[in-house]
Ligand binder design. Sequence first.
Ligand code: BJ8
Length: 423
Amino acid sequence: MADYTKMWSELGLDLEGHNALLSILGSAYGDIFLSQKNRPEGMKYFDFVMSEVHGLRIQELMEAKAQRRIVVGSYCVFVPEELILAVDGVSVGLCAGAEFNFEGAEEVLPRNTCALIKSAFGFKLGKVCPYLEASDVVVGENTCDGKKKSYEILAPMVKDLYVMDLPQMKTDMGRTFLKEEYRRFMAKLERVSGKKITPESLKMGIEIVNAKRAAVKRLAAIRAADPAPISGLDALLVNQVFFYDDPVRFTHSVNQLCDELEERVKNGIGVSAPETTRVLVSGCPMAVPNWKLPMLIESSNAVIVGEESCVGERGVRWLTESKDGTVEDLLDAITARYFSIDCAVFTPNPSRVEYVKEMAKKLNAQGVIHYSLQFCQPYIVESGPVEKELEHASIPTLRLETDYSQEDAGQLKTRIEAFIERL
Ligand code: BJ8
């Protein structure tokens, strides 16, 4: 990697902490990803992106800013990238998946806060996230109580925290509310960027994001093959890079990877032997570099064939209808798309479990591992009924609760191995 020290210090990063984080990440990446056997060639692009995730990509963001393009950071798939692209902005994901500076985070947040939120705070307080520091606007959304209340604490720490309110029920009122929130967000983006959203710019934004989602959906569909042409770890990585990379370049690289995987399927080539036990993971999102659970599963004689998660199927499943029309018409299409997302913060949320069943069938998964982060009430509460419903449909299910530490790795592995034996 080139020397980016100057850029990192100009962004205000704590160089010592940042170097420590990069070195942990680099060695974890080598151990977990590069040691896998029979990886597709197309993963080289994603290895490169990861090796430059705090380097070249940040340099691109800085160049975009120099050209008066805004960078918008967000923590949730309810924040429409289409709108950000419509003002020629750059959208970046800010969720964090590493146990870094939790002591700092626990000085401002309760200990019993989920690891994803603590990690975002640990990164901010430790000054180690260049994406956060490069963001002109940070969008917080009112989803779970943990995030909603923690944004009050984050607000004074970032340049411009914009809070997006979200409905909690799938009613007509909820849909109208979501549309009005997206309209308010459009006005915010126009104000900060100094650019007006037009039907043309919005349609272009929709098409770029649709193409990106369609590429990931293509990848997801190929994973139905046996033997699995790609590991769950690599597929998760693609879904994680989704939130950082340039969208057009990302789409091209995913499609290239899919071309290769389709060839593999034709020739019966896989990353694991035919008839390896196939598992679906469902639940909370796994932000970079949260690779703990997939690593434990895939080192237990099983392959992950899908992720029912926001870093996965829930983030890409729906496309936005792209049509000619006014900004208002396109805003309706965007609202319809996002209102379909079945995050556990909605009540009731029956479509999620129905879709888990559908995914298990489509992908020939023999069992489901439900993953909740500790203290994540929406997904932990929902995991009971989900398990019951899946078991009722004869889909064996294992419910796990964990965090970002390695302390429970041995215990989790024992439970995962016992579950896989049962399938
Ligand atoms: S749409 S899943 S990205 S809210 S793990 S912080 S829910 S306590 S991340 Fe999410 Fe949007 Fe929903 Fe998706 Fe809270 Fe749970 Fe923590 Fe979570």
